[in-house]
Design a protein around this ligand. Sequence first.
Ligand code: BES
Ligand code: ZN
Length: 645
Amino acid sequence: MRPQFTTGRPALVVALAALLAGCSAMHLSNPFAGKGPATATTPAVPAALPQDRHSYARPEVARVTHVGVDLRVDFERRVLSGRANLDIQTAPGAGEIVLDTNGLTIRAVTVEGRPADWSMATPDPVLGSALTVKLPQGARRIAIDYETSPEAGALQWLTPEQTAGKRQPYLFSQGESILTRSWIPTQDSPGIRQSWSARIVAPAALRTVMSAENETPEGEPAGEGWKAWRFEMDKAVAPYLIAIAVGDIAFKPLGSRTGVYTEPAMMDLASSELVDMGRMVDAAEALFGPYRWGRYDVLVLPPAFPYGGMENPRLTFATPTILAGDRSLVSLIAHELAHSWSGNLVTNANWNDFWLNEGLTDYFENRIMERLYGVERAKMLEVLGWDEWMEAIEANGGPTGPDTRLQIDLTGRDPDQVDTDIAYNKGAAFLRTIERIVGRERFDAWLRGYFDRHAFQPITSELFLADIREHLVRGDAALESRLMLEQWIYGPGIPANAVEPESDRFATVDAMVDKYARGLTTASGIYTAGWSTQEWQRFLGALPKDMPRARLEELERTFRLNEAGNSEIRFLWLRLAIAGRYEPAIPSLEQFLMAQGRRKFVAPLFADLVAQGDWGRPIAQRIYARARSGYHPVTANSVQAILSR
Ligand code: BES
Ligand code: ZN
């Protein structure tokens, strides 16, 4: 698929976009000019940005530059209610601004303090409704009084029972990809960067944290039983990065600029697992340039959090399923940290170019891991990623499948319900291919420059290509043809210059798998002593899927896999057990599906059950009936789709 630029729109409108860049200097708005980076406070909407098919906004007419929310957290009704103040910029002659909303109840809209004409379009189940506000000439400020729906897609309201402490309720948000509009009425497109601030009023017993600078570390009194918290993000960010959590949350510093937030009951486990965070930030800076966000903290959420991690600026949100007790799953933190460059600093302009967020981050994550824990561990992770890529190709129609391209066409689809493994693993393989061809030193210099040149701006595949040609290829035709840049980005499958990675440690594991699969050894004859989590992942992932019951029983007896506390190991074991219809694993499966809501684990297990037809489907239905109320909408929607297949 070729990129869809803003064809069908008047050329004049494209020219107007330059006026809306938020700065007077033309070169800051022109992505092709190759001049210095925009500063944090001059958000640019480059003239040539393709249309974001997942937003109703028309930023070339009028765009939001700053969002200020003032919200009350109502746990009883499960709503946020209050006001959003939007600062806007308009093109000459603009008569209205279009915002994104989803499920919001609008009470009143004012422009420059006066009641405004506004209308809400018929909602689309995925995109929500366009909120159009009529503007007088030169309007700069809009205020919207509103309230969220208890079903807001971004918000999960937890009962005390769903937390570790069991005594206080909990609220958290998840904005990516297009969910921020379910709690903030704004232009919810990653190419429309906005600075933001917030005042949050919440029950006094709880702490509020957000992905911004906290200006009131202990909160301020706000009436009997309430506290107010103020936050400020002075840098322009994509709206999907605005995040909040409210609960019984404690804090423990880990270093001068790093720390952990989590429930008190989780603090010891979380803080000891994440001790290396400060060194990770140092390593990331040494690789690809300064960390530009001040602090880097991690919030370890209750187990209902639907993702492994979410790179909310200054405050990564993370699942507690990475707390393995032996720091073996901390690559997830390296990943979310890496997004502080790839994703948060340089942001995909729309979701078709998601690989520019995740592929670059996957690559960067591995470089951090290599620096901290050595080449051997990094290689193992790389090989696991390659295997995921191969599986994703199969799952997406084979090597000619359109969704096996890096840039894909998500028009008409919900970006949060699409398989994303290609973006991560093919994206990372692409960067490794470039690195291998030009050499690490030259590659690193280019990537560092890329982050500087595009800092605080949106990126597309086309801008990426233009940058790499201008700053790395530099007219070297032989190099250009060896790199196969266009094949990687616009072509399906595995480009010819991809090189499969190898790990010596995995070679040893594979030899064991082979011996075991051929019946040449029993489970107790497998030398697992000293195996890392990654070797276990390789082992369980490589075992045949059709093992007879006796073999599963033997594996379970020897390694106690039903009780595995490491979530990745437990997950892979349960997949094997379901494939072999091994009933003694069902209680362990049920416990695992009840205890956490991370979609990466939950969805494949339900899919595996359903694939077992009459044996598995009833088990899936029974467990889902019990577990669904604990799942975030993102996870529940995925499971629902699987069960209705
Ligand atoms: N940004 C993603 C999470 C995400 C992606 C949320 C798409 C919504 C839509 C995050 O950085 C991520 O990739 N998380 C991974 C972990 C990572 C180590 C691969 C996850 O959640 O599993
Ligand atoms: Zn990511």
